[in-house]
Design a protein around this ligand. Structure first.
Ligand code: ZN
Length: 130
């Protein structure tokens, strides 16, 4: 059952990533200096960036823009989307929160209030706004 759920989550992530243009992908990699934003390492990077705010929580049309995307390594990405042990879930949640904080600090669009509301509902006031 757990396995089926994880496969679904990974598939959904990959489907979302398919919508990112090659130009945006290159822009994100270049901006992040081809390093994972979580580990600061250049090895084992995912080819496609991670969406900091997911489609399910962020319904505006700009979700595939570079502000919402980060370069990420395979392992932290796996922990964000499908971790089974308590320890990995905790690592994944921290990594997801960091990614969202990075995205929020880069965001200059008209939905800032919406993003802050998402952060408050997930983390209370325990997040970095800038
Ligand atoms: Zn992802």
């Amino acid at each position: 059952m757990k396995m089926l759920k994880s496969v679904w989550i990974v598939s959904r992530c990959n489907i979302i990533n398919e919508m990112i243009s090659e130009k945006t992908r290159q822009e994100v990699y270049h901006r992040d200096r081809e390093k994972c934003v979580i580990t600061d390492e250049k090895k084992d990077l995912e080819r496609t960036p991670h969406h900091c705010f997911a489609k399910s929580e962020y319904f505006a049309n700009d979700k595939n823009q570079s502000w919402n995307l980060v370069t990420i390594g395979r392992e932290p990405h796996r922990f964000i989307h499908f971790a089974f042990t308590d320890e990995n879930v905790s690592v994944g949640k921290k990594a997801a929160k960091m990614c969202r904080e990075i995205a929020l600090s880069r965001y200059e669009g008209k939905h800032k209030d919406k993003l802050i509301k998402i952060m408050k509902s997930r983390y209370g006031n325990n997040f970095v706004e800038n």
